[in-house]
Design a protein. Sequence first.
Length: 269
Amino acid sequence: MIKLSAILPHSPILIPNIGKKNSAILKKTADSFAKIQEEIINKEIDTIIIISPHRPGLRDISLNNHFQFKISFDEFGDYLSKTRLYGNLTLSYNLKEEVEPDFYPILKAENKPDHGTNIPLYLLLTKNNQIIKEFRGKIIIINTSTEKDLNYHFNFGKKIAQRLEEAGEKIAIIASAELSHCLSHNAPGGFYQKAVLFDEETIKNLKKGPVGTEEILKTDPKLALEAKECGLRPISLLLGIIDHLPYKAETLSYQKELGVGYLSMKMYG
């Protein structure tokens, strides 16, 4: 049964050994992670499904069906922050069976996930580089497609929703997502004058609940591309999963000091 869902960013600066003193800039975002971590503990979550946009080269949605995931940040020069998590092989495979023949997700078995997966999981499930003792659950990783549109991701989410509700475990869904990377002249993607509007409209539509979903799915692809977002596909898939639920979006934080839209939003639970 789905007990919790949220949208969270994946900035490496949130990892203390990477961000160092700059991590303090994103304190509001770090506090949002702490709130969702508390929910994971209090709701006794058994499985976390994380939806990431950063597994490169995928023409279709994929499910990473490995039994063990090595969470590390060597690519950012951090060789100390690391842990291991375990995959929910049975439920992951069942989801693949559920969506076929309408969808044909790629079934992967990779033990080193991308940073869009690793950063949120590490922040949600560790303290002092150790897995929080209250979590003894498992992980399912869904990677979004680089080619399929938002409606495809939304419908994929709707297709797996019933199977998740019927699963005999408590499930949390996390969309690893960031909004525009062009919010200032110092932003990673440079400055784009419509980027602020893009973020504002996306957040406004999320707050409308199911009524705003249609507007999100109709987002102009050219606008999304120029805003250099990496969040709409994970968010659309999440919205499909919770479409049948009476959810109400709650903004925990939104930071743009670094020129990137870091949205932390509780969607359900």
